[in-house]
Design a protein. Structure first.
Length: 90
């Protein structure tokens, strides 16, 4: 049996987990998950609620002190630069 004498690090990843969503099918498959959307002028984080050919519906995360609140917003696909699904290990 062989043992390591030097420290080492093991990394585990999922291929494609950080790739942006590109199609309506991908948006629909991720309904109910947390996403980070990059718009022209800001980033928005929230839970994806719905998607159709023109827009998405998002419960946007709004921090009020230590509490998180959500407000429903519609975002047209034309305003979205990139959408990344946020991975949660809860």
């Amino acid at each position: 049996m062989r043992f390591f004498s030097d420290p080492y690090r093991l990394e585990v990843s999922s291929p494609g987990v950080d790739h942006p969503l590109n199609s309506l099918r991908q948006y629909k498959n991720n309904i109910g998950r947390s996403v980070k959307i990059t718009l022209q002028d800001k980033d928005v984080v929230g839970v994806l609620k719905a998607a159709d050919e023109e827009k998405i519906l998002l419960d946007e995360e709004v921090k009020k002190g230590k509490k998180k609140e959500y407000k429903e917003v519609e975002i047209p696909f034309g305003d979205i630069k990139k959408t990344i699904v946020q991975i949660s290990f809860k």
